[in-house]
Design a protein around this ligand. Structure first.
Ligand code: PLP
Length: 459
């Protein structure tokens, strides 16, 4: 089979395409663009309907092998998939709401959906880096959950160092503990700033040729295509469980920040999964819904602090990919250099901003009326679905998945305030309270950060 090639969103000529190995190891393309596959392999309807009989790991193998063919042996990939996806992926029916389900992506070791991507990407990167015999430093900015998932997935992996930057005042205690208690090859920097400051420092490091010459760095943020491809798998999986015949197209409601999760749905759609519309609710960081409504894109600077804190993103980095898929070009600073087909985008995607007040009220109402436990991110997803159905009652009978992206116990203080009880802790979180923490505090200062990386790397 032909090797799949990946191009950078800044490479209009598509003159420097790479394989999945280079795309994963580089993270960001040298021209600062984001990698996308040159074409989307299609999965035929007969194969899709067969997924209802397959395990999650088997479906993951079917999807991912189309991108790794010629680079990674199928046997090896299948083992990696089985190893990465050893946990449950529950789908909980919503009583009285047709074929709507809650897709719970919170059963992995760090209790957020980011485990799905991080675990697969870590296995792929560690396989490729062992082949190369080099050392790699993974830089990751996190608003809370990415850092935990990535650090957990790479913890103890030989040849790889992980450096996580998180905004010290914007992550919950449990989110912090998930990163700072690992130790070993995982270094944590608590930045006295916002998520966007962390992300900006990481992006600057990637653009710093002096640093890149001295240090082999890659990214585990959703700018890495290795995050997005595994995130397409649960859409196939959910569809196969909700609608065995796939006669009707699905709705997915995806609570979004950096838009990596929704890009997973986009990829699944391009590969042939029948989708009616992708619903992309966001929190108070409403740059995208405002863009859809007005055609003017303006980043939210600084990003707004909301209760769904993993979505506090003022400028979603995956928009550059979305814009590309709709025929436009957005550069790395967030400027749209070439217009996209906005009407096509509006036809495919619906987006609204959900306030903290609505988020909290949704958690209370959904618990009282349906006995379904949602945390703030899942509540934003619920609200997105509800809002679409209120305006399009004809879609109320369509098969649908509302994504719950984190475990309610990660936000136990908020849940206790709203519902009067604390959600039960999954075992992975229960252990944290008894482990010791290790992290370095740092101001928002690129030179300090660079110096830190270079000294640490030479150890
Ligand atoms: C990261 C995260 C999101 C947002 O996902 P993006 O891919 O950044 O849009 C939503 N919910 C939770 C719990 C997250 O950790």
């Amino acid at each position: 089979m032909d090797r799949m090639l990946f191009y950078s969103t800044n490479d209009a000529e598509r003159s420097s395409c790479v394989s999945i190995r280079e795309a994963l190891l580089l993270g960001l393309a040298p021209d600062r663009g984001l990698y996308l596959p040159e074409r989307f392999p299609t999965v035929l309807r007969e194969e899709l309907t067969g997924y209802s009989e397959m395990s999650y790991a088997e479906i993951a193998f079917r999807i991912l092998s189309r991108y790794t063919a010629g680079v990674l042996d199928d046997d090896v990939l299948f083992e990696l998939c089985k190893d990465a996806y050893s946990f449950e992926v529950p789908l909980e029916p919503v009583q009285g709401s047709g074929k709507a389900h809650i897709l719970r992506l919170d059963q992995g070791p760090t209790a957020s959906f980011k485990d799905f991507a991080a675990r697969m990407m870590a296995r792929l990167i560690s396989h490729f880096i062992r082949e190369s015999g080099k050392e790699l430093t993974i830089l990751t900015a996190t608003s809370g959950d990415t850092g935990a998932a990535v650090a957990s997935a790479f913890s103890g992996v030989l040849g790889i160092k992980v450096v996580v930057l998180f905004p010290i005042h914007e992550v919950s205690r449990r989110q912090r503990l998930q990163m700072t208690t690992l130790g070993g090859n995982v270094t944590c920097l608590a930045i006295d700033g916002k998520f966007d400051d962390c992300q900006a420092m990481v992006k600057r490091a990637f653009a710093d040729s002096e640093l890149r010459n001295r240090l082999n760095i890659s990214s585990a943020n959703s700018i890495n295509i290795g995050r997005l491809l595994p995130q397409s798998v649960y859409y196939f999986y959910a569809a196969s469980r909700i609608s065995k015949t796939l006669k009707e197209p699905l709705l997915f409601s995806i609570p979004s920040g950096n838009f990596g999760d929704m890009m997973g749905a986009m990829i699944a759609w391009k590969m042939g999964l029948p989708i009616k519309k992708i619903l992309v609710p966001v929190n108070g960081n409403d740059a995208f819904p405002t863009y859809l409504a007005t055609g003017n894109y303006r980043k939210i600077e600084p990003s707004r602090n909301c209760v769904s804190n993993a979505m506090n993103v003022g400028h979603p980095s995956n928009l550059a990919r979305l814009v590309q898929l709709y025929g436009g070009h957005m550069d790395e600073t967030g400027h749209i250099r070439k217009l996209l087909d906005l009407n096509a985008l509006r036809r495919d995607i619906f987006s609204i901003s959900v306030s903290d007040k609505e988020t909290r009220q949704t958690i209370i109402d959904v618990w009282n009326n349906k006995k379904i436990l949602l945390e703030p991110h899942g509540a934003v997803a619920w609200k997105g679905y509800e809002s679409w159905i209120n305006n399009h009652p004809e879609d109320a009978t369509l098969p649908a998945a509302i994504l719950e992206t984190a475990h309610p116990a990660k936000f136990h203080e908020e849940m206790e305030r709203l519902l009067g009880f604390e959600p039960e802790l999954p075992p992975s979180l229960a252990l944290l309270d008894h482990s010791s923490e290790n992290y370095t505090q740092m101001q928002v200062n690129y030179d300090t950060f660079k110096e830190f990386l270079l000294t640490r790397a030479s150890k």
